[in-house]
Design a protein around this ligand. Sequence first.
Ligand SMILES: [Zn+2]
Length: 366
Amino acid sequence: MFNDFHGNSAVVHRLREMLARDRLPQAVILAGPEGSGRYTLALMLARALNCLSPPASDGLPDFCGQCSNCIRIAQSQDFAARFAEAVEARESMREADKRETRLFIQTHPDVLIIPPDPPQMMIKVDQVRRVIDTIYFKPGEARERVYIFTDSAFMKEAANSLLKLLEEPPGFATILLLTENPGELLPTIRSRSMIATLAALPPQAIEQDLGKYRPDWNPRQRALVARLSKGAVGRARNFDLPAYIHCRSQALTILNTALRGKDHSELFKVTETYRAGAEGREKIERLLGALYELLRDLTSLNSGAPELVRNTDIQSELSQLARSADFEWIAAAAERLNEVERGMRRNLMRSLSLDAFAAAMEQGSS
Ligand SMILES: [Zn+2]
């Protein structure tokens, strides 16, 4: 139900009014920062367009969440999991098939989700071709074919194909384009679409929501999670706080070691646990995420904006660290982290590149 969508009620209301009058444009750009709920809202619209027994709420169209269309569309809700499955399925193919295969997420025959295709993480022309190949056929089980592009990074040829499609889409299809920044899309694509802009929720609004949904957390923990979830209420409610705190303490060890540049024993204890293993990749991604958060906080402190600190529960510790890390050091550290990430993508030994990170930091500080 649309009621489950948090924040941005004016935008959601306007979209539902269009649904009520059967006036939702055939191409809609859902713009907003990460975590503002673009994808959640897109799937809600897809269900509202196709629900088999649509209820009304607040006098506007809604979706039941129970019918076969609603259920199957909702199976796409966990984007990260569906995306990982699609990538894995392709990885297990024969080399020749792998090259021919483009990524899609599809849990309902008439609703196609088009994610950016790795390793470039861009929408490719063959993905748009799949849309063109199917869009002119009447939907089988739905009333409306729905296509959701989850990213606005299009390869040039792909963008041109999409543009041609937008010139004359069939009446029974809706195309949703999700983006952080509509400026990334061709102006000619923008001009053929309606833009609906979602804002991220302020931390205070999320703290309030957590007060209701996570009574198991104390106010300090809720304040921390509200900031770390960057305006995304769903992410905040399901935040794995113990895992984050664990990673963050290791990230702090790495930063401390790098800044002091003397004793390595602590660092090796940490990197030892990140040697390639079954869940090694996920662990190291969390660690890198925590490192980025800390560097970001150090930057906020150094630029005299302590109110932007996200790790509010360890602010005094961070202030101390910030005194020994200047802008240049932080910028160099962030650049090294990028290198570590790139290295991971090339499947270098994971702990090796982390050791290299700390070593490079010491050189930078000496
Ligand atoms: Zn339904």
